[in-house]
Design a protein around this ligand. Structure first.
Ligand SMILES: [Fe+2]
Length: 314
């Protein structure tokens, strides 16, 4: 049995790390692991924050979907309807980004363009009109027209100023966009209904239902998807194109979107069947933003190909 002196010497000898040669150098030492852990603790959140602030708000996607409409007129079969929403022209959204997205519209071969509200983020000090005109006077031709409805932000900073919306109408009258203010238009046999935003004093769905024939092909434009749960809309059984939520702008695995500006939290983004089970919503996550941050909810240009279908929700 070795003496205590030998035991100690043995342990000391055993604990000494031999000089490392490139061949036997371990890949992960404790020191390296701790350094990497410390770096990732700092870099991962920093990288995620930088991505959410500087990349995703400007990384719009073009999403193509089909839109089956009961009794769609033959002349509209296969036509391409482009939806953009929540562009928020003004002091918050980068104008170069919007110009680049609008330039892309020239390549997307749309037949009809709809803008589902929040054209502007109104600011008395930095008025949006010139920037807005620049975008909309440089649009390509859309053979079936360009139509819009107002969102809450189009009624001023507190959403209670119809005079701002009327200024918007005046400015946009210099472009090819026509607003559908609580009204119904006919496009080659397709009824296109539009309502002003629910949170503003301009919302009024009565004129819409005085004109709308629910037995004929139809499509509604309505900024805030909560409208579909209103009593007046209970029998509406067509598509409704909306925006407003921006998809919450940030979505986290296991949590979802913590901030959603709707009463019915099912109406976050994308295709959703209404609570009535009759209507189909498409909630566009927006092209602009209310704050310059997005995470896993990229901005979007949506293209719908119109098709004839006898069972909307089948
Ligand atoms: Fe918005």
């Amino acid at each position: 049995m070795p003496s205590l002196k030998h035991q100690v010497r043995f342990r000391m000898t055993d604990s000494v790390t031999p000089p490392a040669s490139p061949a036997n150098k371990p890949l992960w030492t404790r020191r390296r692991f701790l350094a990497a852990a410390a770096a990732s603790t700092v870099l991962l959140p920093t990288g995620t924050a930088a991505y959410a602030r500087y990349w995703e708000p400007f990384a719009y996607r073009v999403r193509e979907l089909s839109m089956p409409i009961r009794d769609l007129p033959n002349s509209l079969q296969g036509k391409r309807l482009i939806q953009i929403s929540d562009i928020h022209v003004g002091p918050i959204v980068d104008q170069n980004y919007l110009q680049s997205a609008f330039a892309h519209l020239h390549e997307l071969r749309g037949d009809l363009l709809v803008v589902t509200g929040d054209f502007i983020s109104y600011s008395e000090r930095d008025q949006p009109w010139e920037k807005l005109l620049h975008l909309f006077t440089n649009l390509p031709e859309f053979p079936l027209g360009i139509y819009g409805i107002t969102g809450n932000h189009d009624c001023g900073e507190d959403w209670q100023q119809p005079e701002i919306a009327h200024k918007l109408f005046d400015v946009m009258s210099e472009t090819r966009l026509a607003f559908i203010n609580n009204d119904v238009l006919d496009i080659e046999g397709l009824q296109l209904a539009g309502v002003c935003d629910l949170w503003t004093p301009m919302y009024d769905s009565r004129p819409v239902f005085e004109k709308l024939d629910l037995t004929r092909p139809k499509l509604a434009l309505c900024h805030n998807p909560d409208v579909i749960d209103k009593k007046a809309w209970a029998d509406y059984d067509g598509w409704m194109l909306s925006g407003h939520t921006h998809g919450g702008q940030c979505w986290f695995p296991g949590v979802g979107a913590p901030i959603l500006s709707v009463k019915n939290k099912r109406y976050a983004q994308g295709e959703v069947i209404s609570d009535s089970g009759k209507a189909k919503l498409y909630i566009n996550p927006g092209l602009g933003y209310a704050r310059p941050v997005r995470f896993l909810v990229p901005p979007e240009i949506t293209i719908f190909t119109l098709t004839k279908d006898d069972a909307l929700t089948a």
